[in-house]
Design a protein around this ligand. Structure first.
Ligand SMILES: [Zn+2]
Length: 454
């Protein structure tokens, strides 16, 4: 069957133009000139007066994972459905190895967890945690062969995730050989330990003081180290959840010196500031790194599209009860905010309010991540691409509420928002129509990604 998305303005990263989008066999078959009398017998999606964007690509989510004593409340069925409601039609998750598993085996296990449950396309990043022994390092190539040419490491969370810098360097060397991207959570653990230890001694280690427990210098120090190691090893490096303009600047310097360095930030670092920790239930905003000052957020906006080429959710779905258990010790609160559903609507709203051009939203939330992470069918609506698209009513105004993520609180609750995602199509299938779920059987497919270019 053919589908025609009729009457809208198509927004691509290169700009916008009026066109109808013709969909055939799950792909974009053409962008056709709009004629009132176009005879068409297939399914018609009305986009008159609306914007038609490529579906969102979220490369940073955590779904159905256990972190210390807590397990996130969602799974691939619920999280991908929430993502789709928010206009995201593909996502990349992490495959954290369980004891005894190598990174390749972890990727295989995670594919089987998502298969048949995900309603949008999905892929995985490999990960190496705690120790980079020979088996783990060999797993980088195994994962790349399985279509997961990226590997995540942490310089923080000792005993849980952390690698020492020597191990990080070994991962980078191996990843450079496999043409895999190295993704780094950069915070220097020793600085975090010292700062949080001092707060504990003073009896103020609670969520209100979370920003002090993980100071800016910890992020800046780790970012500098890993950027230096990446240059040394020839690896392509990607800093996840950058919260500081100073770190973005370091990425720019690394590039100017010939390195291949990239970075992302997240909506909560752009749109919230550290005053959230002094609200009642500040523990619900605990994440690592913490949400910083309003000034830092303004600096991040200036880096968007240059040093920072992506805005991703870092979605992590804990609920109020889980966040509250250790509210008096912020280092023990399960870190992360739910956000896979709100990322794209918040950015679209920012564009409609004049904060950035709409084609820049497409670039940051779809096109650039699709390119960097090796997903050639994603991030555009040119003929031949996957028919993943959203229809946005730019006139709609409302507030963030009524979401579908498996938790009982929302970090952006009540925030005024412009634009409404009316229709979501993934792989040519209609998932959301007039804001209502109309999807049928889960048909998300595994995205076998390409390696970095040599
Ligand atoms: Zn994360």
């Amino acid at each position: 069957m053919e589908t025609l998305v009729r009457g809208g303005t198509v927004v691509l990263e290169s700009g916008s133009f009026r066109a109808d989008v013709l969909i055939r066999n799950g792909k974009v078959a053409g962008l056709v000139q709009q004629r009132k009398s176009n005879p068409f017998t297939g399914q018609v999606i009305d986009a008159a007066g609306a914007l038609v964007l490529p579906g969102g690509v979220d490369v940073h989510t955590h779904i159905g994972i256990t972190f210390g004593e807590f397990k996130t409340r969602d799974d691939f069925a619920t999280a991908t459905r929430a993502a789709a409601f928010g206009g995201t039609t593909s996502l990349l998750e992490f495959a954290f190895p369980e004891p005894g598993e190598d990174p390749g085996e972890a990727v295989e296990r995670r594919i089987s967890e998502a298969d048949g449950r995900a309603v949008i396309d999905f892929g995985f990043h490999a990960a190496i945690v705690q120790r980079a022994d020979a088996d783990a390092l060999a797993g980088i190539e195994r994962a790349a062969k399985l279509g997961a040419p990226s590997v995540k490491v942490f310089t923080a969370y000792r005993g849980l995730m952390m690698l020492e810098l020597g191990d990080v360097l070994a991962v980078m060397r191996e990843a450079a050989r496999s043409r895999s991207l190295v993704m780094v959570h950069a915070e220097t653990e020793a600085i975090v330990e010292r700062a949080s230890g001092e707060l504990r001694e003073r009896g103020i280690a609670d969520a209100r003081h979370h920003a002090l427990a993980r100071p800016a210098i910890a992020e800046l120090d780790a970012a500098r180290s890993v950027l230096r190691l990446a240059r040394e090893s020839g690896a392509t490096v990607y800093l996840v959840h950058v919260t500081l303009p100073e770190v973005a600047e370091e990425i720019g310097k690394a590039r100017a010196a010939g390195g291949r360095a990239f970075g992302e930030t997240c909506p909560h670092y752009l749109l919230l500031d550290e005053s959230v920790y002094t609200r009642p239930h500040g523990e619900r905003f605990v994440c690592s790194p913490p949400i910083r000052s309003a000034e830092a957020a303004r600096g991040l906006w200036r880096s968007l599209g240059s040093e920072l080429t992506g805005v991703h959710s870092d979605h992590c779905c804990f609920d109020r009860a889980q966040k509250k258990v250790h509210a008096s010790d912020s280092t023990r609160i399960p870190p992360g905010l739910p956000g896979v559903e709100t990322r794209l609507p918040l950015l679209i709203s920012a564009a409609l309010s004049g904060r950035l051009p709409m084609n820049e939203v497409v670039r940051l939330c779809s096109s650039e991540p699709a390119r960097l992470f090796g997903m050639p069918g994603k991030g555009s609506l040119l003929p031949g691409m996957d028919a993943d698209l959203i229809v946005v009513d730019p006139r709609r105004r409302g507030r963030v509420n009524g979401l579908h993520m498996s938790t009982d609180y929302r970090p952006f609750e009540g925030m005024a928002i412009r634009g409404g995602i009316e229709t979501v199509v993934a792989g040519g299938q209609l998932l959301v129509s007039s804001g209502k779920w109309v999807g049928e059987e889960p048909s998300g497919r595994y995205i076998h990604r390409r390696r970095l270019k040599a």
